[in-house]
Design a protein around this ligand. Structure first.
Ligand code: NAD
Length: 348
């Protein structure tokens, strides 16, 4: 059985990737390595925890000797690396935590893979899952392509840019067979409610203010998380070594328009009078270094690997909102405890 290591599989995107790989590939044994930080939650993958081709390992990618031991004990043929500190606002508060996990942690995995695979790279693959935020900010027009220069503006995007560079450098210097993807904003089930869509759904349910940064004109491209997992599966199996692919939803929204759409749908779902939720919108002080616009040109992955989003934004949003409404217990569990302190500090 092929042993595949997936890092960060108890997080938002990682849980969808782990679920897809465990159920679709019984010939693989999937090792899910996750430190279970505030963002990691075993409830996200409860449905597959008893599968015979699945093993969960609690551990920190920053711990070099732990990672080296893990690789010596297991002959991994593939690594899908998603573990990261992922929230921009938290990176402004504590940038070093982002360097540790996103840069040093990635280095530890790269070194362990390089040492284990030595020069026998046949059938091996290191896949780094990254973000479009490494490209910096776009003006009103244009799209990020794979050739766009890196220009990160937040400690989060700087740490992801740095790890992308190391992955590429290990490919050039040591011949490590890697693939890299830079994806736009994801939305869907199991998303920690510090991020815009689940935060606002949760706040609307609880009649709490909807904090919109600046004038609300920041623009993002949104992709349904299950479509990202499909793209990751495709790139892992069919992407070319030493290549980068941009992944996006062809779906740009100004934050304020997206928030109003969410309010509209939630009013209908909750049987509230039209316009009720919009009254919760509150403009808050802008985030420093806030990038105006991200937009992805995903034509390379589309033309070379035949990938495109399988659901429309309307369908994806409908499924997402229904999931949060049907999983209020999950929402309550993840928004209790330390989440409350974080929320108070961030928005009071
Ligand atoms: P997330 O914050 O939901 O999950 C991250 C997971 O990594 C958590 O389970 C956490 O416990 C784990 N983790 C954190 N530090 C760790 C450490 N030191 N050792 C081991 N595990 C650790 O993040 P996400 O939104 O699922 O993002 C996953 C990856 O995809 C990240 O690399 C992120 O940069 C990238 N990405 C995210 C988006 C998005 O919209 N969410 C878009 C593009 C790319």
């Amino acid at each position: 059985m092929k042993k595949i290591l997936i890092t960060g599989g108890a997080g938002f995107i990682g849980s969808h990737v782990v679920r897809r790989f465990v159920t679709k590939y019984p010939e693989y044994h999937i090792f899910n390595l996750d430190a279970l930080t505030y963002a990691g939650n075993l409830e996200n993958i409860k449905d597959i925890e008893d599968k015979p081709n699945y093993t969960f390992i609690k551990g920190d990618i920053v711990d070099e000797s732990f990672i080296n031991d893990l690789f010596s004990e297991n002959n991994f043929e593939g690594v899908l690396h998603l573990a990261a500190e992922s929230h921009v606002d938290r990176s402004i508060e504590d940038p070093l935590a982002f360097v540790k996990t996103n840069v040093i942690g990635t280095m530890n995995l790269l070194n362990a893979a390089k040492n284990q695979w030595k020069n026998n790279f046949e059938g091996k693959r290191f896949y780094h899952i990254s973000t479009d935020e490494v490209y910096g900010s776009l003006g009103a027009v244009g799209l990020f392509t794979e050739k766009t220069s890196y220009d990160p503006n937040s400690p989060y995007s700087a740490s992801k840019a740095s790890s992308d560079h190391f992955v590429r450098a290990y490919g050039e210097t040591y011949g490590l067979p890697y693939v890299l993807t830079n994806c736009s904003n994801n939305y869907g089930s199991y998303h920690f409610p510090e991020k815009l869509i689940p935060l606002f759904i949760n706040n609307i349910i609880n009649n709490k203010p909807l904090p919109v940064y600046g004038d609300g004109n920041y623009t993002r491209d949104w992709l349904f998380v299950e479509d990202h997992a499909i793209a990751i599966d495709l790139v892992f199996h069919e992407g070319k070594n030493h290549e980068t692919y941009n992944i996006g939803g062809f779906n740009e929204w100004k934050n304020i328009d997206l928030v109003k759409l969410l309010c509209q749908i939630m009013d209908e779902k909750l049987g509230r009078k039209k316009g009720t939720s919009e009254e919760l919108i509150t403009y808050v002080k802008d985030r420093p270094g806030h990038d105006l616009r991200y937009a992805i040109d995903a034509s390379k992955i589309n033309q070379e690997l035949g990938w495109k989003p399988s659901v429309t934004f309307e369908e994806g949003l409908e499924r997402t909102i229904n999931w949060y409404l049907n999983n209020e217990e999950w929402l309550q569990n993840v928004t209790s405890g330390t989440y409350k302190d974080y929320y108070k500090k961030q928005y009071s």
